[in-house]
Ligand binder design. Structure first.
Ligand code: ZN
Length: 82
């Protein structure tokens, strides 16, 4: 009885490991096309464009002021000037 349970458990683990491998194999080809487009298109929420100098910066590094995004504090300070 317990042997059958262990066999089932083992089979379950093997299936899970294989499934993880298959998933990683299928998810890998998805990343190169994302890096391919030149900095023009905004990668969903990851990179934002500075409204001052048009520089693309990672969202976590971007500075948001008044609902606008900037690459740095320098651009935030110079936004009003010409
Ligand atoms: Zn900037």
């Amino acid at each position: 009885m317990i042997v059958r349970f262990l066999q089932f458990l083992l089979a379950f683990l093997v299936v899970r490991i294989l499934w993880g491998l298959i998933r990683s194999l299928f998810s890998k080809p998805a990343s190169p096309p994302r890096a391919a487009p030149a900095g023009k298109t905004e990668q969903r929420g990851e990179v934002v464009r500075c409204e001052r100098c048009d520089l693309h910066v990672p969202k976590e590094r971007a500075v948001v002021r008044d609902g606008r995004t900037f690459c740095s504090d320098d651009c935030v300070d110079s936004r009003g000037r010409a």
